[in-house]
Design a protein around this ligand. Structure first.
Ligand SMILES: Cc1cc2nc3c(=O)[nH]c(=O)nc-3n(C[C@H](O)[C@H](O)[C@H](O)COP(=O)(O)OP(=O)(O)OC[C@H]3O[C@@H](n4cnc5c(N)ncnc54)[C@H](O)[C@@H]3O)c2cc1C
Length: 399
């Protein structure tokens, strides 16, 4: 028919392009230079002292890196999603604690307000989040409820033009340092998932409490806290999305957060390769650098293959996001694979470093400790497998 493109031409227009654009290369370089100069050097001391990286964030903000994918009109720099992954990988390569802080700020909080907020809410909150004037947190998990978020126990009771929130949130990254909290509460338990509503709390107005958690295996310089909601009164104007849409909003936020975790995990895996190559080419045994022993090269080759595979999975998910296409399955695959690959890479890296790998004289033991949480938060490895399995079989085996 006139006007329809011939089939062959539409086939030819479908390309798989692994080359980054000049803009993507330049934002990657900016993030890499910043990570090498401003993030990596202090990572060990922050880890030892459980010091929240506020100085790093202060330096990142003017570069626009605290609001990467948020459009410029709301204070971000309008990065495409592949670029967002490139930046997140570089930050994750240097320090997973900083990367976690950023993942929550950008992918869970800013992107969720961007997607579900009214114009007034976006204007009100996004510019100060993107500039780093306020830190945000995302409160879904509770002391009794993690994977099964439909069962959350924090309640939201309507009272005139306000809501009264009561409950506890557990393991909330950025919780103690936050000035803004995106939280989820149950307004009608009889409706289960459909009774959950999302709210944005501004600490200066709806004072919620927090208690920092200590003694973590890794991510020691990121803040993890319990949030305390003791009858916190929230105006209805701070409701995000429709009443009862909270669970849907939380799951959409996790699609965004998982992508960021996956990119950060690729960064950890790359850091493990870099440290291992450096060490293996200088440390000598039996008269030659250990990189010259085939079994050591095998450890490195395994890391390289899995890191590249993980990176490509992240880029594919990002490409779908950039095209506005469904990507829950692809994001889960990337998150699952990258987080497991990062853990294996960190384990190989310690092996290559021998006894020194067991000490924080070298960064690889921190990579190993920090990589562990990627398999837990934003949906555990088991939950990712169940999401992927549901797409494969059509059967929901999560519940
Ligand atoms: C450092 C850190 C930071 C975090 N930051 C945040 C944050 O900012 N905001 C937030 O809301 N949460 C955060 N979390 C919480 C995190 O998302 C949860 O820990 C995670 O979702 C798992 O929930 P859970 O710990 O309650 O484990 P549970 O849900 O109790 O699961 C325990 C085990 O059972 C398995 N399991 C559960 N259900 C199934 C099933 N159906 N089939 C098979 N296996 C199953 C799990 O995979 C896991 O192995 C953070 C956690 C940590 C450790």
């Amino acid at each position: 028919m006139d006007g329809d493109p011939p089939l062959v031409s539409s086939l030819n227009s479908t390309t798989v392009d692994f080359d980054l654009s000049p803009e993507q290369q330049s934002i990657r370089k900016l993030a890499k230079d910043f990570a090498d100069k401003e993030i990596a050097p202090g990572a060990r001391e922050r880890d030892r002292g459980e010091t929240f990286p506020k100085d790093v964030l202060r330096k990142m903000a003017p570069l626009g890196l605290l609001g990467g994918p948020v459009p410029e009109k709301y204070g971000g720099i309008g990065l495409d999603f592949v670029s967002h992954a490139l930046v997140t990988e570089e930050v994750g390569r240097a320090d997973s604690s900083v990367r976690t802080t950023l993942s929550v700020q950008i992918s869970l909080v800013e992107m969720t307000i961007l997607k579900f907020g009214t114009e007034e809410q976006k204007q009100r909150w996004l510019p100060s989040l993107c500039k780093g004037e306020i830190i945000g947190c995302f409160g879904l998990t509770e002391p009794e409820v993690g994977s099964d978020a439909t069962k959350l126990r924090t309640t939201a009771k309507r009272d005139g033009d306000s809501w009264v929130l009561r409950g506890r949130k557990m393991w909330i990254s950025n919780g103690s340092v936050s000035k803004l909290a995106l939280v989820f509460a149950q307004g009608d338990p009889s409706k289960e998932a459909k009774g959950i509503t999302a709210f944005v709390l501004e600490r200066d107005r709806q004072s919620y409490g927090s208690q920092a958690l200590h003694g973590k295996l890794g991510l020691r310089s990121s803040d993890s806290s319990e949030l305390i909601l003791d009858d916190v009164r929230v105006p209805d104007a701070n409701r995000l999305g429709e009443i009862g849409d909270g669970f849907k909003i939380a799951m959409t936020a996790l699609d965004s957060g998982r992508y960021s975790v996956a990119a950060g995990a690729v960064g950890v895996a790359q850091a493990c390769i870099d440290a291992s190559v450096q060490y293996a080419t200088t440390r000598k045994t039996f008269g030659k650098p250990i990189a010259g022993h085939q079994l050591v090269q095998e450890l490195i080759a395994d890391m390289v293959v899995e890191t590249e595979a993980a990176r490509l999975l992240v880029w594919r998910a990002g490409d779908l996001k950039d095209k506005g296409r469904p990507n829950t399955r692809e994001t889960s695959i990337a998150k699952l694979y990258a987080s497991e690959a990062a853990q294996r890479a960190a384990d190989n890296a310690i092996q290559i470093h021998g006894g020194y790998g067991f000490s924080d004289e070298f960064p690889v033991e921190r990579y190993w400790r920090d990589a562990r949480v990627n398999r837990l938060y934003e949906g555990t490895t088991q939950i990712q497998k169940l999401i992927i399995g549901r797409f494969a079989t059509g059967i929901d085996a999560i519940g």
